[in-house]
Design a protein around this ligand. Structure first.
Ligand code: HEM
Length: 574
């Protein structure tokens, strides 16, 4: 029996509450499970009552439970998304056959849903992209979708919701200054190649190129993000690389469990604690840097001395930050978030490109010729040299078309109900995305683009399957209007692998420059091939939910190119 003293009354009275029967352990556990199950069921009922009516894809039978479909989505997302895309596409045409009327009715807005274990995602047609792309975050939020995808509470990414500091700085400072930071990138790249690439002079050496590229990208990025000292700090490099891997592992494991039990499962995962350890390493390294810079600037101001501010992303963020964002531990945290957004994405694109090159070795020499041709004309690496590598750019874009980082892009969470131009209402809380990979494999759509833009469309037979690495270079050359379209980093209604619109990836131009610079140096200095020649072809991509990635364990052979002429060495700067 529990009793409380009611002290507000003038005469103290004792209120007696009915007692809670004592529970044994087994009963308590059963009760907890019942509560969790009820919350979970309520969530499912609420979702199905108040969400957009669109069919789910991936059902094997009417009776298959939702969690099983979610489980199959982990490794089998591609056929499910393709099924939805094809049905949605066919439903937009008038179909007379009665047997398909049901499909037409169901998929009439070109929408379908996929079940991921942690969320139902409404996949909408890219016909809506123009009306959605510039809506502000308070209407449909890209940031909330990123944080939801990363299970923010467990991955330490909820700081993204505090402000858009790093995104703003990437857009307003890094992108316009890519040419300015290029010499520093080149310097770090030379150091990285000499440090990370094994000695392969005169002999073929087996390498896991993904691992080498990961460290090269981490080094070059850190040079731009943090400056020349910290970028060679092994502890920083390890934290910036492993933070992403630990988050990915934590998220993928937690997604297998219903969200109400995440708070109990998360602390049991070693990766959950590793994320926090990476964060404290970042704070230990970056925090003092911020304080030193602030002190140096203040001292110089007092003495009227000329303090030269460093020209790196950390400094740009310090200059643009408000009081909250400018705290040293928050800036350190954002530096890690930048690593999360940039290092593995860039590495994956470079790895895919090399895997594709080894599968199509006839493109090695033409690309080398392009690189050396540009360097000869420019007399070495000039500010505009990277932009002139149009064939390499095209190769990268075609490689991304067939090996994208994700099958779904343009993730958004609806914040206030939205009525689309055709009357479709998206209720608050809807998690939507677009089938970015399927769109670029759509033969009909691709041929329309090619026919509109290229002189010789006969070259683009079955674009969904054909690896045609110069496809985008030809399209760019076909007309003056196209010169800037079809660039690797250019987004549009159909090219959504970097998102599109106001919240498209703010680091994509930097990524394009970094990948090009790394590939150009690798191609000029080394040759690559698969250990068994072309016998096994390109390593198959791996997938986890909607994410795709190159097999990191795949091996290549690499060898230093012999007999490089002195003028080439001078031009490349080796
Ligand atoms: C090939 C490499 C890359 C790919 C494929 C990629 C892709 C993407 C995509 C799809 C988004 C979401 C866009 C949307 O919401 O519509 C995104 C967001 C973002 N990306 Fe990239 N990205 C790459 C490289 C980079 C690099 C190098 C940086 C930094 C220099 C960067 C920084 C960001 C940031 C800050 C965001 C916003 C997410 C946030 O709120 O933190 N990305 N990226």
């Amino acid at each position: 029996m529990a009793s409380f003293v009611n002290s507000t009354s003038s005469e103290k009275s004792v209120i007696t509450l009915p007692s809670i029967p004592e529970l044994n352990n087994q009963q308590a556990i059963s009760l907890a499970f019942l509560a969790i199950f009820s919350i979970y069921s309520l969530k499912i009922v609420k979702n199905s009552l108040f969400s957009v009516k669109a069919p789910y894809v991936g059902h094997r039978s009417f009776f298959e439970p939702a969690w099983l479909i979610g489980l199959r989505f982990v490794r089998g997302s591609e056929p499910m998304i393709n099924e939805g895309y094809q049905k949605a596409a066919s439903s937009t045409c008038y179909i007379a056959e009665t047997s398909r009327i049901l499909t037409v009715l169901q998929y009439k807005d070109g929408m379908f849903k996929v079940r991921r274990n942690d969320a139902d995602i409404l996949v909408v047609s890219n016909k809506y992209v123009d009306e959605l792309r510039n809506m502000p975050d308070r209407q449909i939020s890209a940031t909330k979708a990123h944080v939801a995808n990363l299970l923010g509470r467990y991955s330490t990414t909820r700081i993204l919701l505090e402000s858009d500091l790093h995104t703003r700085v990437l857009q307003t400072k890094l992108t316009p200054n890519i040419a300015v930071v290029m010499p520093a990138m080149k310097d770090e790249l030379d150091f990285a190649l000499n440090t990370e690439v094994p000695d392969c002079k005169g002999e073929w050496v087996t390498v896991q190129i993904n691992e080498i590229l990961l460290r090269i990208v981490a080094r070059v990025s850190a040079r731009v993000f943090l400056g020349p000292d910290a970028c060679r700090n092994e502890e920083w490099l390890a934290a910036s690389i492993h933070y992403t891997e630990n988050i990915f592992l934590t998220v993928m494991l937690l997604r297998r469990f219903p969200s109400p039990i995440h708070p109990f499962i998360a602390p049991l995962l070693p990766s959950f604690w590793a994320i926090r350890s990476n964060l404290s390493t970042a704070r230990r390294i970056v925090g003092p840097m911020v304080r030193e810079r602030v002190a140096a600037a203040a001292a110089a101001k007092q003495e009227d001395g000329g303090y030269q501010k460093p020209n790196d992303l950390l400094q740009w963020m310090m200059d643009a930050a408000n009081e909250n964002d400018g705290q040293p531990h928050k800036l350190a945290h954002r530096q890690l978030l930048l690593s999360l957004a940039s290092i593995h994405t860039t590495t994956m694109a470079a790895t895919h490109a090399l895997y594709d090159l080894c599968a199509h070795p006839e493109y090695f020499d033409p690309l080398r010729e392009e690189i050396l041709g540009v360097l000869r004309v420019d007399g070495g690496w000039e500010k505009t040299s990277l932009n002139k590598l149009q064939n390499l750019d095209s190769f990268m874009k075609e490689s991304q078309r067939l090996n994208p980082p994700s099958l779904l892009a343009f993730n958004r969470i609806v914040q206030t109900p939205i009525t689309l131009s055709d009357g479709t209402v998206l209720p608050k809380g809807t998690h939507l995305s677009m089938p970015s990979a399927a769109i670029l494999h759509d033969r009909a759509l691709q041929q329309t683009n090619d026919n509109n833009n290229a002189d010789d469309s006969s070259q683009y037979q079955d674009p969904s399957k054909t690896f045609d690495p110069l496809r985008y270079a030809r399209l760019r050359a076909a007309s003056a209007d196209n010169a800037n379209k079809f660039r690797f980093a250019q987004t549009d209604r159909d090219n959504l692998h970097f998102g599109h619109g106001k919240y498209a990836c703010p680091g994509r131009f930097f990524a394009a420059a970094e990948i090009k610079m790394i590939l150009a140096h690798l191609l000029v200095r080394y040759e690559f091939r698969y250990p068994d020649g072309d016998k096994h072809g390109r390593p198959r991509n791996l997938s986890a939910d909607e994410n795709l990635y190159p097999d990191p364990s795949a091996r290549l052979l690499m060898r230093e190119r012999e007999g490089l002429e002195e003028d080439i060495k001078r031009l490349v700067g080796i």
